[in-house]
Write a protein that binds this ligand. Structure first.
Ligand code: GRG
Length: 286
């Protein structure tokens, strides 16, 4: 299945989940779903499965869609006035600008909780479902994304040391990127040793993703980003670029990608072609 087909499958699954009812809640949820996004995390899950020669079945699609629901929820909440206070996301008005703050909070709440309903509907064994639920909850809750966001908002105007910045981003952004690697390993019924290797690769890619995001935030336009550029700089937030400078940040990005590729090549019976293609999206075009 090519990347466009994978994205369409994810969109279909997400929209089907919310198709039964038409009201302000489903309108605001589907507004954010339809506003696009790269679907980077589902593409990672599909490409790791492909590496193990496993198809992106309807069941695997539900797992990837559940992940994308939580990701979308986090973007809606991240844009709220009490968080990043953004007017634009993915080139269109943010959810709260379009539907009001209360509706946006509820859309984010639903997109955070519905994934566990979707996961429970998959035809995987109970053992696999429980593991997926545990990993997704850990990646998104206080051990992961929410925990990272809390460190982030409480450390504005503070000079974070490199290790502290790394921990912040491993939680806030990294954990949700580790999940598709681990989930694919679980679905493909790989050994614990292989799942641990996948987790480490996910950690490198998660970090690379954040460094890439910090770099393009200062080097790209509103049109390219779909949101206001240089906002972290204006708000005096610690980023890889503010901490290390642009050149060192670029170097660190290429090191993280190289480390991930090295580890991918060490995976047994794994065809890396499709995954390498997704990872390539993080390389800077210059
Ligand atoms: C309610 C689940 C929930 C979370 C609340 C607001 C918050 C806690 C966490 C914020 C997490 C966050 C927004 C991290 C930034 C991650 C990041 C760089 C997102 C951009 O991801 P892309 O580039 O976006 O994949 P697209 O638009 O392509 O989907």
């Amino acid at each position: 299945m090519n990347n466009q087909a994978i994205k369409e499958k994810i969109d279909d699954c997400l929209l089907a989940f919310y198709s039964g009812t038409k009201n302000i809640l489903t309108e605001s949820i589907t507004y954010s779903i339809k506003s696009g996004g790269k679907r980077f995390r589902p593409l990672l899950l599909a490409s790791v499965l492909a590496g193990f020669d496993k198809p992106f079945t309807e069941e695997a699609i539900k797992v990837a869609a559940a992940l994308e629901m939580i990701h979308t929820s986090s973007l809606i909440h991240d844009d709220l006035p009490s968080m990043d206070n953004d007017d634009f996301r993915r080139g269109v008005l943010t959810n709260h600008k379009r539907f009001g703050e209360a509706n946006a909070i509820l859309a984010g709440d639903a997109l955070l909780l519905d994934p566990f309903n979707l996961l429970s509907q998959t035809a995987f064994s109970a053992k696999i479902i429980v593991r997926l639920v545990q990993e997704l909850s850990k990646a998104s809750g206080f051990c992961g994304m929410v925990g990272g966001q809390s460190i982030d908002i409480n450390s504005e105007n503070q000079a974070l040391a490199y290790e502290a910045l790394r921990e912040l981003h491993a939680k806030k952004t990294g954990a949700m990127i580790v999940f598709p690697f681990v989930a694919a390993g679980i679905i493909a019924e790989q050994s614990e040793e292989t799942i641990n290797q996948l987790r480490k690769i996910g950690e490198n890619i998660g970090l690379a993703f954040q460094i890439h995001d910090d770099i393009i935030d200062v080097t790209s336009s509103f049109q390219a980003l779909g949101k206001t550029p240089k906002k972290d700089l204006a708000e005096n937030k610690a980023t890889y670029v503010t901490l290390l400078g642009l050149d060192q940040a670029k170097l660190l990005l290429s090191e993280e990608i190289a480390q991930a590729n090295l580890s991918i090549n060490q995976l047994k019976d794994f065809n890396h072609r499709q995954l390498a293609e997704i990872i390539e999206q993080l390389m800077l075009k210059e």
